[in-house]
Design a protein around this ligand. Structure first.
Ligand SMILES: [Zn+2]
Length: 108
């Protein structure tokens, strides 16, 4: 039985944070879509890209094939959409496990 090196391994712990990479890719794709200012992919109406983020008619990135349906999180599967259109589309998805996130209150 040898326990002499017992503590050395702990410095290697922690693991990688894979999710960080995904966020950077999303920011990049979002910027790429925004640059060409395409119309809404759902209602085909124009999008006012100067609207504030929380405006119902503001620009959001929509997944053509929702991630919940096996769509990929890549630019080829993304389009511009109005925030309200995107939410309407999401509500129509007949998904058993629809990843709905209800943000009804914010303490900040
Ligand atoms: Zn729209």
């Amino acid at each position: 039985m040898q326990h002499a090196l017992g503590c050395v391994g702990s410095a290697l712990g922690g693991g990688g944070r894979v999710s960080q990479r995904n966020t950077a890719a999303r920011d990049r794709d979002r910027a790429a879509i925004r640059r060409t200012k395409p119309p809404c992919g759902i209602c085909e109406g124009e999008i006012d890209y100067s609207l504030p983020y929380l405006d119902p008619m503001s620009f959001v990135v929509d997944h053509v094939i929702p991630l919940a349906k096996g769509g990929v999180d890549e630019l080829a599967n993304k389009q511009a959409a109005h925030r309200s259109c995107n939410q309407t589309k999401a509500a129509k998805l007949p998904e058993d496990f629809a990843p709905r996130v209800f943000v009804t209150s914010r303490s900040w």
